[in-house]
Ligand binder design. Structure first.
Ligand code: NAD
Length: 311
């Protein structure tokens, strides 16, 4: 692609996505408030922007991959932000997960400046970001979606145009409710199984081949829960809490009762307050483990022998 592309937000997801664009031959200028990740992208061939405004001045299309609504507002509309450096005809592709309302507000601000905005949140986790196999859910003008397709095809595998600005975020919100609630179900089911005497790894191996399996079991149980490595890069629990907060607010606005999501919001809030906010969202299980007095961890064969008195 000959266009100049900007990428802002090189976190757990964004750095992999930017590196895939570089591997795909894209002319990329990047910015993040964390200089270490900027340096990492530069080693892979990116140019470092001096600010969000600077990236904007040097790009035909600006991609953002930021934590929450407030970060998107600051990066676009704040001091030395993207709007200060924008040119008419430019495209902004926000791939962060934020509320549909903020996406629509940002699109209106873009309209006033003669620039185009689409929302394009993703699913697939850090693994999907690394392997360029993300699912990408896009809301906004079809012509803009078509123009960005070469970039989406580098970063993702399943790419959907859903309708007007905000519709990508709406479908992503549905996905996030299901991730959050599924991980709660896994947490209490595995904790009960272990307290009842079953081996956590045996439960995992059987459930992955049974009707109770899910994406969370396949990915999160071996990578985080069974090993206890909750601090490895992943999907921060506070980001999951933000996503179900968006769902709870949307339920309020539309007068739709979502009692299961509301309960999930309370439990993820408790886990965040107990110190899990920056850990992978699967650390929600530690809340259930503490209540039951057991841990759902892989038991290595020598530990099993000690437990059985073989040593
Ligand atoms: P992250 O917190 O790891 O990364 C965010 C990056 O944005 C950080 O590097 C941070 O320094 C940067 N940033 C913050 N404020 C900035 C500013 N003012 N200017 C420039 N850079 C700034 O988050 P992440 O896990 O990469 O997630 C990003 C988005 O994608 C979130 O909305 C998240 O909900 C969503 N998401 C995450 C995953 C996942 O598995 N991690 C999966 C799908 C979607």
């Amino acid at each position: 692609m000959e266009k100049r592309i900007g990428f802002i937000g090189l976190g757990a997801m964004g750095l992999y996505m930017a590196k895939n664009l570089l591997k795909g031959g894209v002319n990329l200028t990047v910015y993040d408030i964390n200089q270490d990740v900027v340096n990492d992208a530069v080693i892979s061939g990116a140019k470092a922007g001096a600010s969000n405004k600077d990236v904007s001045e040097k790009s035909d299309i600006v991609i953002t991959m930021l934590p929450q609504d407030e970060h998107v507002r600051t990066v676009l509309a704040g001091e030395k932000g993207v709007f200060e450096g924008c040119q008419p005809g430019q495209i902004i592709v926000d791939m962060s997960t934020i509320s549909p309302g903020t996406s629509k507000d940002m699109a209106k601000e873009c309209d006033k400046r003669g620039i185009k905005y689409i929302d394009a949140p993703v699913s697939g986790g850090t693994k999907g970001a690394e392997t360029g196999t993300l699912t990408i859910m896009v809301g906004g003008q079809k012509e803009v979606y078509d123009e960005c397709m070469p970039l989406f095809e580098i970063m993702g595998k399943n790419i959907f145009h859903l309708g007007d600005v905000g519709t990508g975020q709406t479908v992503k919100m549905v996905n996030q409710i299901l991730c959050a609630v599924n991980m709660l179900g896994i947490s209490e089911a595995f904790v009960l199984g272990v307290k009842s005497g079953a081996d956590p790894e045996v439960i995992y191996n059987i459930i992955r081949n049974s009707a109770g399996n899910s994406w969370q079991i396949d990915g999160r149980m071996p990578n985080y829960v069974l090993t206890g490595e909750f601090t490895k890069p992943g999907f921060a629990l506070d980001l999951q809490l933000k996503d179900i907060g968006i769902a709870v607010n949307t339920g309020k606005e539309l007068k739709v009762p979502i009692p299961v999501t509301a309960l999930a919001y309370q439990l993820y809030t408790a886990a965040s307050n107990s110190g899990c906010g920056k850990m992978d969202m699967s650390s929600i299980i530690t809340l259930f483990e503490e209540m039951a007095g057991v841990q759902v961890r892989k038991v290595y064969s020598d530990e099993k022998e000690v437990a059985a008195g073989v040593n």
